[in-house]
Design a protein around this ligand. Structure first.
Ligand SMILES: Cc1ncc(COP(=O)(O)O)c(C=O)c1O
Length: 386
């Protein structure tokens, strides 16, 4: 059972609101706000003294907590700006050779797409899987694999449909075929139980402003210790290496760089410390509540909602299938009724994403069954004008 008292305390900012928009941005809980603003206040109060050394202690703690959430080792976690940067680091850091191919799905968010498109300049072939009826089939991915397939990259949950891909199955296929398995985790991490070891994921990137409960501009990557030494960092600074000249002064050896042999090689320069402090607090809360319990709650709420609205005649963009549910539902509406739709949502105080022609409702653990009932009432009203 989720600790509702704790959740209500942490999310007092969204009291009275049915917030179904975590797939876009989360409203950070109190603990995240305290950590985020606390860092900045301390920075100012101490005139910056010791703030950065202390921040690295906080980062060590965040590494541990994030690792625990996804069943990784702390030194398999590095902090980055966002998902896009995380994906860019692996796409540009792995030693892809001309003739090799990478498999991707046509529904991917630009964060996990453009950097791969760009890689074609280096002679890497991009094999794009076409979704069918907005769904993704692992069989279609298998059909594209050959001896030159070097990596498969996919979102755990697709941003425009909410489709969850069976990462255990896909991870096993990658392992059997010696293919690097890369995951954009942002729509799943913190909401669904992602176990990188059980799923044989080699690399995962995730921004902080959705399921991690934090703010934009800070995120993390997981890099499997089995592949980390094959990744040449695209950015580097003294944080990325074992030995650096101390105090930082003029370098005399320009022949080589001694990278960390763990994910820290992927970190460079000063990081978004306030943002990472926020991630630490968010992940602590998630770990305290329990990710398995969180996932169970989200999937149950989705089920409640679907059962109550499926007979109302709406066309679902999400190919609803229990095995592929993620707590994110996309539903079409006639675009000329946009104002009427918004009026009903406002009346019920419901926050969702409107993508002009379809809406996306994204459930998180702070939502309740009572809220799902209210949402279904709003849909009933909407169905009368469609
Ligand atoms: C699947 C997916 N990947 C990535 C992003 C965002 O990427 P970034 O963290 O780089 O802003 C989003 C949404 O904003 C998303 O839905």
């Amino acid at each position: 059972m989720l600790d509702r008292k704790l959740i209500n305390h942490e999310f007092s900012n969204i009291k009275g609101v049915i917030f179904l928009n975590v797939a876009s941005v989360v409203i950070p809980p109190k603990c995240v706000q305290d950590a985020y603003f606390g860092f900045t206040k301390q920075y100012i109060k101490t005139f910056g003294k010791n703030v950065i050394p202390n921040a690295w202690d906080m980062i060590r703690s965040t590494r541990k907590n994030v690792a625990k959430l996804i069943n990784a080792e702390p030194l398999e976690i590095a902090f980055v700006k966002n998902t896009t940067e995380g994906i860019g680091i692996i796409a540009n850091g792995l030693p892809f050779k001309p003739g090799g191919n990478v498999i991707i799905v046509d529904q991917e968010h630009p964060a996990n797409l453009y950097t791969w498109i760009n890689l074609q300049k280096k002679g890497v072939q991009l094999r794009v899987i076409k979704s069918r009826n907005n769904d993704i089939f692992i069989e279609d991915i298998i059909d594209k694999i050959d001896e030159n397939t070097k990596a498969i990259t996919i979102s755990a949950v697709q941003f425009s449909t909410g489709v969850y891909t069976d990462l255990v199955r896909l991870g096993n296929i990658c392992k059997d075929n010696k293919i690097i398995f890369i995951v954009d985790g942002i729509q799943a991490i913190g909401r669904l139980n992602i176990d990188v070891k059980k799923m044989n994921i080699n690399y995962l990137a995730c921004g902080g402003h959705k399921g991690l409960l934090a703010t934009p501009g800070a995120g993390f990557v997981y890099c499997d210790s089995a592949i980390v030494n094959d990744v040449t960092p695209v950015y580097a600074c003294y944080q990325s290496v074992v030995n650096h000249v101390k105090p930082l002064t003029t370098r005399t050896d320009f022949s080589k760089i001694e990278w960390h042999d763990d994910a820290r090689r992927l970190e460079s320069g000063n990081l978004n410390y306030a943002g990472i402090a926020g991630i630490n607090a968010g992940v602590r809360l998630i770990n305290k509540l329990g990710i398995k319990e969180i996932e169970k709650n989200i999937i149950e709420l989705e089920d409640v909602l679907v059962k109550r609205i499926k007979h109302l005649g709406f066309e679902f963009r999400t190919p609803y299938d229990k095995e592929k549910s993620s707590g994110i539902l996309c539903i079409y509406y006639p675009q000329h009724l946009e104002n009427e739709l918004q009026n009903i949502l406002d009346k019920y105080n419901i926050f969702i994403t409107n993508r002009g022609g379809y809406i996306r409702l994204s459930i998180d653990f702070y939502n309740t069954k009572e809220q799902m009932i209210k949402v279904s009432e709003a849909f009933e009203e909407l169905s009368k004008i469609i």
